[in-house]
Ligand binder design. Structure first.
Ligand SMILES: NC(=O)c1ccc[n+]([C@@H]2O[C@H](COP(=O)([O-])OP(=O)(O)OC[C@H]3O[C@@H](n4cnc5c(N)ncnc54)[C@H](OP(=O)(O)O)[C@@H]3O)[C@@H](O)[C@H]2O)c1
Length: 278
């Protein structure tokens, strides 16, 4: 059972990754960025999830570089944007991501969304970046089971992780089961459903019972299920709240009650709708 924000999971290539990280989507304002990312470091976060698409790699890189936390203690993830997919553009834009993030090597690089047209080209470039040690691990995001199967049949390196939308209203049980069986880690984006789940009356009862907030209960639910979780907040008090989930435990029954809230309700795009468009 996870005991602290510093606990890690071991990816299928042996790299260790914090199970509880900080998402930085929409954190683009410099002043607020300093406030939020420094607060995240202060309360113990060491893993940061960005993307080329978020247009904040340079801001994140600058703030982390200026902080007193050593590079070796940090775990930085970025993602190849849809508009940068393809062999050459993946290689050249990841080179830029490394510069913007002020690092020699990324901890984890993901394909942001599966693209039917550039599926293997992008992955081949990711394999090259991995073999050249410019990235410590490569993975995917928003892959449905059929995308993972197609990749498995035609690639040399298995992804270490699949980052998909997941929260109590979209539990992704089938994908979770598939990745568990195939030694691929499961990472939840929009773990709080971008706020959609934060008024749920059943989770509220569980929260009152533990004297915790609904957000804390949801983060704890992810952690106890073994999900890598990356809540985002641009509000210092919430950043602290979201990190303070290590002084209580949900019972197995409470985990199951939250599992049962699933209604396959997305807050973001369905990957199969974008698959043929890109
Ligand atoms: N791979 C992908 O395609 C993909 C897609 C989306 C997101 N992501 C990643 O996943 C991360 C998290 O997802 P997300 O940002 O979409 O959604 P989220 O973490 O589920 O929710 C963030 C929202 O919840 C609010 N919030 C956070 N903590 C709260 C609390 N304790 N109480 C009340 N409200 C709270 C935040 O408000 P304030 O900020 O105003 O505090 C923000 O509006 C992103 O930052 C990104 O790194 C990946």
């Amino acid at each position: 059972m996870i005991k602290s924000i510093n606990d890690t999971i071991t990816l299928n290539n042996g790299v260790k990754m914090p199970q509880h990280g900080f998402g930085v989507y929409l954190i683009t304002d410099e002043e607020k960025g300093y406030q939020s990312i420094n607060k995240a470091l202060e309360v113990g976060y060491r893993a940061f999830d960005t993307a080329q698409f978020y247009e904040n790699e340079a801001l994140l890189g600058k703030i982390l570089d200026e902080s007193s936390v050593k590079r070796s203690e940090l775990f930085i993830t970025t993602k190849v944007a849809n508009y940068n997919q393809g062999y050459d553009s993946t290689l050249s834009t990841v080179e830029q991501s490394l510069k913007d993030l002020r690092v020699d090597q990324l901890d984890l690089l993901l394909v942001h969304w599966p693209s039917k047209r550039r599926f293997f080209e992008t992955w081949k470039a990711m394999e090259k970046l991995y073999s050249e040690k410019l990235v410590r691990a490569i993975g995917v995001s928003n892959y449905e089971i059929h995308h993972l199967e197609e990749l498995a049949e035609n690639s040399n390196i298995k992804p270490v992780i699949n980052q998909v939308e997941c929260h109590p209203y979209l539990t992704q049980a089938k994908i979770k089961d598939y990745v568990d069986k195939n030694d691929i880690a499961f990472e939840a984006w929009s773990p709080l459903g971008r706020g959609a789940v934060l008024k749920d009356p059943i989770i509220r009862i569980i929260a009152e019972h533990h004297n915790k907030s609904i957000a804390q209960i949801i983060i704890r639910w992810h952690l106890q299920k073994g999900n890598v979780v990356i809540p985002k907040s641009n509000t210092p008090s919430r950043i602290e709240e979201n990190a303070s989930v290590y002084d209580f435990e949900l019972t197995e029954e409470e985990v199951k009650i939250i599992d049962a809230l699933n209604k396959d309700q997305r807050t973001g795009d369905n990957p199969d709708d974008l698959w043929f468009q890109m």
